[in-house]
Design a protein around this ligand. Structure first.
Ligand code: ADP
Length: 285
């Protein structure tokens, strides 16, 4: 049974929600423990508890959700409060999608990506799973992606002993070729961890984004991640392009962007992700 952190109990009472009445574990938290918490005043909330002690992880998640909320592209859960090891937000009731659901997803994501910035990065570093995601501002998208995305995770994988010498050479070659493989793109506001599981169909059948790792980066990388573990319906990509046209051949580049997330998964969950990492490096050798 979950012991509610003291500062969360205080928050519940001071905010007028009332003490916790019912706490029910929810399946599906890959990184955190997640619960439906109902209060005395019958308010349903979604509670995340971090058990491994990354102290700023939830402050950063809340920052990201607020950045997405501000651009009004796709609905996100409202944040109620957070502490060092807890995050409390609106509980999203799942419902049946409206007919325009996938079109709404595509148009909403395009709207988020149309929010651009002079520099790549974000106001703070944040987390991708429980791994650090470095967001140091940089005017050069290629430098940003090679150093703080691919390079950071590749280095970690080397330290953990996953990477053989031959693959270090292939990795260097890929980094060297990035300018030829990727078109110049603006720094777009991104969800940052947009696998299909981080899209929910909320009340009234509208799309809701959860669990982001927000930064300004290459929008194509967000689209790539939507295909990494499943994918959106085709209507979403078509609707996206009607609002924000994409550079020819964008799907051919997905593997390069997804290498970041596969390296992260290798570092978080282990060797079962190594073959997918190696296949991408082989493809660009
Ligand atoms: P983690 O940080 O561990 O990856 P998630 O934020 O992905 O956890 O949440 C785990 C699961 O809980 C999601 O896949 C989704 O099914 C459900 N979920 C997430 N946010 C909410 C919410 N605000 N309301 C209701 N259910 C949610």
């Amino acid at each position: 049974m979950l012991k509610i952190p003291n500062d969360l109990s205080c928050y519940l009472n001071e905010s007028g929600m009332g003490s916790a009445l019912k706490i029910q574990p929810i399946n599906g938290g890959y990184t955190n423990q997640v619960y439906l918490l109902e209060t005395e005043n019958r308010i349903k909330t979604f509670l995340k508890i971090n058990t491994i002690g990354c102290q700023s992880v939830f402050i950063r998640e809340a920052d990201g959700l607020k950045a997405l909320e501000n651009v009004n592209g796709i609905r996100v859960p409202q944040i109620y409060g957070y502490g060092e090891d807890w995050l409390l937000m609106e509980f999203i009731e799942v419902s049946e999608p409206v007919e325009s659901y996938w079109i709404d997803v595509g148009e909403g994501l395009a709207k988020i990506h149309l929010t651009t910035n002079e520099k790549f990065g974000f106001a703070n570093d944040n987390f991708i799973g429980n791994n650090l995601q470095v967001n140091t501002w940089n005017t050069d998208g290629f430098k940003f992606f090679s150093e703080y995305r691919l390079g950071f995770q590749f280095e970690l994988a080397c330290q953990k002993g996953y990477i053989a010498n031959d693959y270090c050479k292939l990795f260097d070659r890929l980094i060297f070729r990035l300018h030829d493989l990727i078109p110049v793109q603006p720094a777009s506001l991104m969800h940052g961890d947009l696998w299909v599981g981080n899209l929910m169909c909320g009340p009234q059948g509208v799309p809701v984004f959860i669990d982001p790792a927000v930064y300004f980066g290459w929008a194509e990388a967000d689209l790539a991640m939507t295909t990494l573990f499943g994918q959106f319906e085709e209507d979403a990509y078509n609707a996206y392009e009607n609002v924000r046209p994409l550079t020819f051949g964008y799907r051919d580049r997905f593997d390069i962007y997804n290498l970041y997330h596969l390296l992260n998964h290798l570092n978080l969950f282990g060797v079962s992700y190594l073959t997918r990492v190696q296949n991408i490096l082989d493809k660009y050798s």
